[in-house]
Design a protein around this ligand. Structure first.
Ligand code: R5P
Length: 315
């Protein structure tokens, strides 16, 4: 059913944690997200320390704080996009080293929180990867963490450290507004996709629809169904993550076959694994848009402004 955003209740992303001395925090650009830390520093006016980093010949990470940090409250910016495990371990090295060097506290901004799709046991015997990751962050010394559009918001509620999920739909919608698209219908898939489509449609003052999908637990193969008429319209397909591009390509293919006039593929986290982009374009999308939580040539809009506002209190 096509739904008009005029009738929606505004989404509430309840802040749960706080009490940081926001103005005194020093940003630290980790190896994975130095570019974003720099943008965040510019947007918020907070001091930035660029971590010194190199890889040893065997691939191990070297981390050094190039200036004194004793007594400081640090906000380390380090995304967990691929190579996830390396980026996670670097985050642990930074927190542990900082506290050892006398930092007063360390908090983390992980714009992309890896392992959030493995938040429960889909098959008996599986690791609860997200739980393990959050326990690791706590053990490394992080006091709190912030992320962007986490895949499983319900799972961070029971995290051993407070995690705030900052929503980036506003940044996406602002970018879409600059494209001059007409007669947009926002399309997404599944329960979570519905929330995202609803928020984006509301910001763009347009309608949205939700496709139904099923994913095979063993092969990962996705099938999608759309009941509404999208003929002649501009379909803005939104998803939190594009990983292999399979889900997005299926949606685009379906919309194309239903006569959509233009199809734009948009996401927050563009992991773009392997031939994801080619797959999506081949299916009929005219362009792919993602944020800079995961840096790529598809990063067309930034989450820095929203992070500065939501975490550091700057507009
Ligand atoms: C699934 O629940 C997510 O919202 C994304 O649709 C999914 O992670 C995308 O993965 P892929 O690009 O591999 O289909």
């Amino acid at each position: 059913m096509l739904i008009s955003s005029r009738y929606l209740t505004p989404h509430e992303n309840k802040p749960k944690i706080y009490g940081i001395k926001r103005n005194c925090m020093i940003l630290v650009g980790g190896p994975a997200s130095a570019y974003l830390a720099e943008k965040l520093s510019k947007a918020s006016g907070h001091k930035l320390i660029e971590i010194e980093h190199k890889l040893f010949p065997d691939g191990e990470s070297y981390i050094r704080f190039p200036e004194k940090i004793a007594g400081e409250d640090l906000l380390i910016v380090q995304g967990f996009h691929p190579p996830q495990d390396k980026h996670v371990f670097q985050a642990c090295l930074m927190a542990d080293a900082a506290l050892d060097l006398g930092a007063n506290s360390v908090s983390l901004i992980a714009p992309y929180l890896a392992y959030a799709r493995q938040d429960k046991r889909f098959l008996e015997g599986e690791a609860l990867s997200l739980n393990t990751l959050l326990k690791l962050l706590k053990a490394a010394g992080y006091k709190r963490a912030y992320t962007v559009n986490v895949h499983s918001p319900w799972a961070i509620e029971s995290s051993p450290i407070p995690v705030k999920d900052v929503l980036a739909e506003e940044a996406l919608a602002e970018h879409i507004k600059t494209l001059g698209l007409e007669d947009i219908v926002v399309v997404s898939v599944g329960k979570k996709g519905k929330c995202m489509a609803e928020r984006v449609a509301e910001l763009l003052e347009t309608e949205y629809l939700v496709a139904q999908s099923t994913r095979d637990k063993f092969t990962g193969e996705v099938t999608v169904e759309i009941e509404d008429d999208v003929g002649g319209r501009c379909a803005l397909v939104v998803d939190d993550i594009i990983s292999t591009g399979g889900t997005m390509a299926k949606l685009v293919e379906k919309l194309k076959s239903m006569g959509a006039r233009r199809i734009i593929a948009a996401c927050i986290h563009g992991l773009m694994i392997g031939d994801a982009a080619e797959k999506i374009i081949r299916s009929g999308a005219e362009t792919i848009i993602s944020s800079d939580t995961v840096p790529s040539s598809y990063s067309r809009y930034s989450v820095a402004g929203i992070l500065a506002r939501e975490i550091l209190g700057r507009t």
